[in-house]
Design a protein around this ligand. Structure first.
Ligand SMILES: Nc1ncnc2c1ncn2[C@@H]1O[C@H](COP(=O)(O)OP(=O)(O)OP(=O)(O)O)[C@@H](O)[C@H]1O
Ligand SMILES: [Mg+2]
Length: 329
């Protein structure tokens, strides 16, 4: 079986006084073995609800989820045997136990012999830089360290599917990097299937070839990150001029579509041109040539994933319409 995670026609509402809150509306996606997929969306989009449904913690109103072919609701223990999860703000660790005791305990709980997991536990402790804390109780760790320990616990037994809800939330730069490297490793070396929610676009760029974006409970995009970047790559140029424009030039430049004039901090002005076609750039250059306005530089502006995300979730005019480079969502 190729798809280790199947989510089909999921609807979920939460009761709220007299009305209902629609948390998920007809969500469908699949994740193949060895894939690492980012589940993105603004606050309240439904990510954590989706994660909890996959983990069998929340029942959907309708629809179906399968983890390695098992329904986490009806075939709970089989589904959970194939899945590890770290949930938002709910750390799956025992406060009175030390770091090493936690790892031993959870390995034993999943039926592993201590001798078989000793090496793995040591590797996790080293990778997450917890060596100095092995004998410290979970209760006495900092919040970020507790989060790292929770991830280590989720990885202590080798299960095929890993679900992470905001794994780098609130971590310092170094810890976030450790988690990023660890995620790359578990996919590369253990061929794990990972679904992770995050607001951290650098993490997404580093580890997720594919993203699913949900907005107000609906999937608006399910695509490869490089496709999305290409799709939104508006050819945009920025001209930096060393002197002011004449009033006539300002009027003429403003008449060129998709052109914005702004003052540079200190010296000169900027003209940003979003090019639907190259003609706009040539028109602006012709206007500038009239009084030999000195062009200091011409730069191509790159779009980044954060901007793409904002476009897709409708903060910048697409009104949350589905976006895809190929598959329909
Ligand atoms: N237990 C609950 N009871 C009632 N409403 C809930 C409950 N959990 C979530 N919701 C509502 O469901 C919607 C989706 O919430 P969810 O926590 O899934 O969003 P999220 O995408 O994880 O957001 P965030 O990025 O802030 O973590 C929100 O409108 C939220 O208020
Ligand atoms: Mg959440």
């Amino acid at each position: 079986m190729d798809e280790l995670l199947r989510v089909e026609n999921i609807f979920k509402t939460y009761p709220k006084k007299k009305e209902k809150v629609k948390a998920l509306e007809n969500v469908n996606f699949q994740v193949k073995k060895g894939e690492l997929v980012g589940l993105l969306g603004p606050n309240g989009a439904g990510k954590t609800t989706m994660v909890k449904i996959i983990c069998g913690l929340v029942a959907p109103d309708s629809g179906k989820v399968e983890v390695a072919g098992y329904n986490p609701w009806r075939e709970r223990s089989r589904a959970l045997r194939n899945l590890s999860a770290v949930l938002e703000g709910n750390r799956n660790i025992y406060w009175p136990l030390t770091v090493r005791e936690n790892l031993n305990f959870f390995a034993a709980l999943k039926g592993e012999k201590p001798s078989r997991v000793r090496g793995r536990i040591d590797d996790l402790i080293t990778a997450l830089n917890l060596e100095d804390k092995v004998n410290v109780t979970a209760r006495s760790l900092s919040r970020g360290m507790q989060q790292k320990l929770a991830l280590a616990v989720a990885l202590v037994v080798d299960v095929p599917v890993l679900i992470l809800d905001e794994p780098t939330l609130g971590l310092d730069v170094e810890s976030a990097l450790e988690i990023r490297e660890m995620l790359k490793n578990v996919v590369r070396e253990e061929n794990k299937t990972v679904l992770l929610t995050t607001h951290d676009m650098r993490l997404v760029r580093a580890v997720c070839p594919r993203v699913i974006i949900i907005n107000e409970g609906k999937i608006v995009t399910d695509d490869r990150v490089d496709n999305l970047l290409r799709l939104f790559e508006i050819k945009s140029y920025r001209l930096h001029l060393g002197s002011e424009l004449t009033p006539q030039q300002v009027i003429e430049v403003q008449e060129v579509e998709n052109t914005v004039i702004s003052n540079g901090s200190g010296s000169g002005i900027f003209i940003d041109i979003n090019l639907e076609n190259m003609e706009n750039l040539y028109r602006v250059l012709d206007i500038l040539r009239k009084n030999n306005a000195p062009i200091e530089s011409i730069e191509r502006k790159e779009i980044d994933l954060e901007e793409v995300f904002l476009e897709i979730v409708g903060r910048r005019g697409l009104n949350g319409k589905p976006v895809s480079s190929e598959r329909s969502v």
